[in-house]
Ligand binder design. Structure first.
Ligand SMILES: *Cc1c(COP(=O)(O)O)cnc(C)c1O
Length: 376
């Protein structure tokens, strides 16, 4: 008999989603205004400890909108991690700006603060701090450098809903933040995203550019002073989002419980490195990632992944470095310099099933299969 499939991640819709969506539908408010939209924007921003939320069509558009709000444009440079998701790179390229890469920290896999200062120059306008796989960046170190050098900081918290740095939630730690609500994120609305900020001027700019730069005041005379975007989000999606927000702490605690079980069962295996949680961090383990060191584990990441798949267990490899992506290389040529940590993560990393709805027995099955694979 074929073993039951354990997916890497599936949306968890266990609360008021259906009730709220029907209510929104029946109210007739199905487009980009309505009570659910207001409540979701306010509620999600407040959850992050921030003043305002500007919901968007995706995490990618949230990142772009946040960079536009910060005034990033052609000729500017933006410091980003080399180890991250392509949306970060692309958002910088949409602005016509140049991405400048920093290597990762070996334990948290986040941008290495020690590598940032050397990458800041006269053209640097902003830095994107991505809280990778749910572990917060070292924001004190990042903000200290950025403030001193006059660089604005955008948090990409797409993978870190509910994560905390020194007790404070990600998304409320820097100038502005971007979230994604894609189907595999901890809070999902199917597709969607949000810009979150406590800076009223940035929020106003984000709202303005989100909606085609319609005139801010006065009559709708269809005079547009800037090149805007339609990055709007719907009340129907917000209805799902509001229900998801009610369940966010339960989702975070479920993921942390899965991670504790993974840690207990997988620690001490030769050649298998587990995710970190710094003493100052609350990791939400958006994805439970491990690194397979071939020489000690006796097999490659690909071999482990194939053996798990044969048992019905899905995995995904880690991100490939941004500096090697064709849209970057086509524009700026091959990137000099070495990024040893990113290169190793890209070669050795994979993530195990991590969805909120996993059962304890699923995690036990995955761990047993990993242990058997490493011994085989
Ligand atoms: C998912 C993700 C995004 C993009 O979000 P979409 O909603 O898929 O556009 C951006 N950054 C990071 C780090 C992500 O994980």
């Amino acid at each position: 008999m074929k073993p039951e499939r354990i997916p890497v991640c599936e949306p968890h819709l266990a609360g008021n989603e259906e009730r709220y969506v029907l209510d929104a539908l029946r109210s007739g408010w199905i487009s980009s205004s309505g009570r659910y939209l207001e409540d979701f924007e306010k509620g999600f921003a407040a959850y992050c400890g921030a003043g305002q939320g500007i919901a968007t069509s995706s995490g990618t558009t949230a990142l772009h909108l946040a960079l536009v709000a910060l005034g990033v444009g052609p000729g500017d440079e933006v410091v980003i991690p080399d180890f991250t998701m392509a949306a970060v790179l692309f958002a910088v390229l949409y602005c016509g700006a140049k991405p400048v890469f920093v290597d990762a920290e070996p334990d948290t896999w986040n941008i290495d603060p020690a590598g940032i200062e050397a990458k800041i120059g006269p053209k640097t306008k902003a830095l994107v701090a991505v809280h990778t796989y749910g572990h917060p960046c070292d924001m004190d170190a990042i903000l200290e450098i950025a403030r001193r050098r006059g660089v604005r900081v955008l948090e990409d918290a797409a993978e870190a809903h509910g994560a905390r740095f020194k007790g404070r939630r990600c998304g409320g730690l820097a100038d502005i933040a971007a979230f994604s609500f894609y189907a595999n994120k901890i809070v999902t609305t199917g597709e969607g995203g949000m810009v979150v900020t406590s800076d009223a001027a940035l929020a106003e700019r984000a709202r303005y550019f989100r909606n085609l730069c319609f005139p801010r005041e006065g009559p709708r005379d269809y005079a547009h002073g800037d090149l805007g975007f339609n990055y709007r989000f719907t009340n129907l999606q917000a209805a799902i989002g509001l229900a998801q927000l009610e369940g966010i702490e339960a989702a975070v605690e479920a993921r942390r419980a899965h991670a504790r079980l993974y840690n207990a069962r997988l620690s001490g295996l030769p050649g298998l490195r587990l995710p970190a949680e710094k003493p100052w961090a609350k990791n939400v383990y958006w994805m439970y990632g491990v690194c397979v060191e071939e020489a000690r584990a006796g097999l490659t990441r690909e071999e482990l992944s194939a053996r798990l798949l044969a048992e019905g267990i899905e995995t995904r490899p880690f991100f490939k470095p941004m500096r090697l992506q064709r849209p970057y290389v086509e524009r700026f040529g091959a990137q000099a310099g070495s990024y040893p940590v990113c290169d190793r993560l890209a070669r050795e990393g994979l993530y195990l099933p991590s969805g909120t709805g996993l059962r304890e027995s699923d995690v036990e099955r995955v761990c047993a299969a990993v242990r058997a694979s490493l011994k085989a």
